[in-house]
Design a protein around this ligand. Sequence first.
Ligand code: HEC
Ligand code: HEC
Ligand code: HEC
Ligand code: HEC
Ligand code: HEC
Length: 332
Amino acid sequence: MSRRPTLALVIAIAGIVIPLSTTDSRTFAPSDSKACLRCHGMPNFGFREKAGAWPRDLSVHADSMASGAHRAIACQSCHADVRTWPHPPSTQRRAVSCADDCHATDSTGSPYTHRAVVTAFASSAHRGGLDGTNRDAPTCLGCHQNDAHSIRPARARVPIAERMAMCETCHDDAARMHRNGVTTEAVASYRRSFHYKAIRFGETNTAVCQDCHTTHGVLPADSTRSSVARGNVATTCGRSDCHPGARMNFAMSGANHLDLRIGRSPILWFEETFFLVLTGGTMAMLLVGIALDIQRRFGWRALLRRWYAATSRWLATGTRATVRAARALLID
Ligand code: HEC
Ligand code: HEC
Ligand code: HEC
Ligand code: HEC
Ligand code: HEC
């Protein structure tokens, strides 16, 4: 089946359908985004392929693009294979890649790509999301607004709760974690930590997932390159804006995911139970001590009798006062 459009349906806001003829073929200038937006900038710009029942939305929202991180980048810097109208068939167009297809230049005029981010991501625990081999793992667009055209500039710092939610949604999904052999307790155990509680009380300068695990280069704790590996965790916690001078023992004290460590180590379980019993026992002994002391000084029965007498006196006075007030109001 030919992908060449014979009739493109352009559905404008008012629902007007304009047929586009393929006869006025042309080649676009490399940085002429305006020419692209003449069609794609129309709201609800849709195209129905021969095989599909409904038109696909191919509109690019010029407004959200204008406030996004990619506002200065021409359409063809990313969509490098779309140089002409009619567009080349989809088999001759590669999907935009965040690493390779960038023909943009940075503010100094040097070629610009996200290769560093992509390299970190491609060797991370989440790499299956990049090449599509693991549909449970995150993708670039999955975290970045789900729309390449309205990605926010990195300078607009993502609010702390939103950054945390990026990791939480998946790692709190027990079925998804189970399928991938990852602990299902990461989020629950983090929620018991001081860091999380500080966020609940409105603190914004505390650690969320990415601060310890990094954003794009997340690795399991047993990988020596991981930011949370035994050998690196002191450096991770000891950042100058967090806990300068932190040592390994401080970092591995389990203040992040104590439950994860307790789950792994029977000694820690016994230690926790021992301290629970010790604290509970001490409190119980203290209460018994106070009770015995009261008995020795006043005697329980004498004390109860005095309390009974005081309460009945108080009740009797209260009732008399109420009766007097009612009588004053209703009879006198
Ligand atoms: C005359 C109107 C028109 C102009 C101008 C135009 N396009 Fe398109 N574009 C379409 C139509 C119709 C389709 C759907 C048919 C197709 O895929 O060829 C489309 C499809 C696309 C797609 C593929 C979407 C997909 O997922 O299948 C991309 C990407 C695209 N255009 C980018 C561009 C770029 C970049 C420019 C400017 C260099 C541009 N277009 C200029 C009408 C236009
Ligand atoms: C920073 C890179 C970048 C820029 C700049 C960019 N796009 Fe895209 N565009 C993408 C990505 C990524 C996708 C997702 C589909 C894919 O991977 O090809 C996409 C998808 C599209 C689609 C298909 C929409 C859909 O829902 O399938 C169209 C049409 C399109 N872009 C047109 C444009 C036009 C017109 C411009 C210029 C105004 C533009 N793009 C600028 C990266 C970009
Ligand atoms: C798990 C969610 C997530 C995934 C997946 C993700 N990002 Fe990010 N990205 C973020 C967050 C959050 C920030 C904001 C800064 C931070 O927290 O480190 C960010 C910042 C960025 C930045 C600007 C800061 C910098 O480090 O240069 C770029 C560029 C970027 N991401 C590109 C990508 C690319 C390309 C991919 C895919 C290879 C990707 N991201 C995948 C969450 C993600
Ligand atoms: C789209 C869902 C998703 C998001 C979002 C996500 N993860 Fe993951 N994560 C996974 C999956 C699935 C795996 C297992 C990958 C595999 O083994 O192929 C994983 C693996 C991990 C691992 C390694 C665990 C192990 O035992 O090997 C860590 C650590 C991790 N993620 C932390 C994070 C952090 C921190 C964030 C936020 C920046 C995050 N994840 C965001 C789905 C996600
Ligand atoms: C203060 C630092 C810190 C924060 C915040 C933090 N973690 Fe961790 N995380 C660690 C450390 C250190 C380890 C490894 C040591 C351990 O298991 O006790 C770890 C272990 C993990 C593991 C298991 C990795 C493995 O290889 O078994 C996952 C999954 C994980 N974290 C996800 C998350 C998610 C999701 C969040 C946010 C909701 C988060 N972490 C917040 C420091 C942190």
